[in-house]
Design a binder for this molecule. Structure first.
Ligand SMILES: [Zn+2]
Length: 119
């Protein structure tokens, strides 16, 4: 006899039935959604923080920065939104419209993507 993964009551009915009732099925699906949302939010929080760090440094007109400083600011190098090559073939790690690329000696150049549509 299978038991309901939500309430542990026996599941009676068709063999492919997973939950004891519609209530439990809905409740399980809602839990999964909450779980998914929370994972998405965790990633989004990191990406937003990365973006804010780059935005602030560029706002201070800092264009070249050590990896150590970026780490100290809290930049998480594992989270980016895309990669791209710029016209000089620098491999850029992008975080929304901000990005950085390695320039040797554990340093990075910071860039802001220009919105082509406005020019
Ligand atoms: Zn149940």
């Amino acid at each position: 006899m299978k038991s309901c993964p939500v309430c542990n009551k026996p599941v009676i009915g068709r063999t492919d039935k997973k939950y004891c009732s519609d209530l439990c099925r809905n409740s399980h699906n809602n839990d999964s959604l909450i779980e998914i949302r929370s994972k998405v939010n965790q990633v989004h929080t990191i990406l937003r923080r990365n973006r804010r760090i780059l935005e602030e440094l560029i706002g201070l007109n800092i264009r070249k920065v050590s990896k150590e400083k970026l780490l100290r600011q809290g930049l998480n190098f594992y989270y980016v939104t895309s990669f791209e090559y710029d016209k000089d073939r620098n491999f850029r790690y992008m975080c929304y419209e901000y990005g950085y690329y390695a320039v040797g000696n554990d340093c990075y150049k910071l860039v802001k993507q220009v919105d082509n549509k406005r020019h």
